[in-house]
Design a protein around this ligand. Structure first.
Ligand SMILES: [Zn+2]
Length: 142
């Protein structure tokens, strides 16, 4: 890039002069005031691995599933090759299962304990269906 003042072939600075911005060589920066280089947009960190959101009622779901299957935490621990003490804490809601364990529990118990916290609500949030009553009411108002 050429210096916009003297034409030198190495414009490396941007200066402000009389309201304009000029690319100039180092020698010509004295003709204006340095303009801060436009900062490159802050690069976002690469997507980091995030633990899945564990549903707030994960412990309840696990307990329910165990009860329905008549399983004890100890048996579950054996089946999943996990420590019973770990599973006890998870089942009591004292410890969040890590991703691996959560997935194991979901698969083995046939339950869902991970996912967006909002997801379950979304299922019920369909478009409101107009009922005959609503329509009648609208007509009455008109
Ligand atoms: Zn120059």
């Amino acid at each position: 890039m050429f210096c916009e003042i003297c034409g030198e072939r190495k414009a490396v600075e941007t200066i402000g002069m009389e309201g304009m911005e000029l690319r100039v060589c180092p020698a010509c920066t004295r003709f204006g005031t340095p303009v801060a280089e436009q900062k490159a947009p802050v690069r976002k960190d690469p997507v980091e691995f995030h633990e899945p959101d564990i549903l707030p009622d994960y412990a309840e779901r696990i307990r329910d599933a165990l009860r329905k299957r008549g399983l004890s935490v100890r048996v579950l621990a054996e089946k999943l090759s996990e420590r019973a003490s770990t599973l006890e804490k998870v089942e009591k809601g004292k410890m969040l299962p890590d991703r691996k364990l959560a997935k194991k529990l979901e698969k083995f118990l046939g339950i869902v304990i991970t996912g967006s916290v909002e997801a379950p609500g979304r299922l019920h949030r369909g478009l409101p269906e107009a009922t005959l009553g609503d329509i009648a009411e609208v007509r009455v108002k008109k």
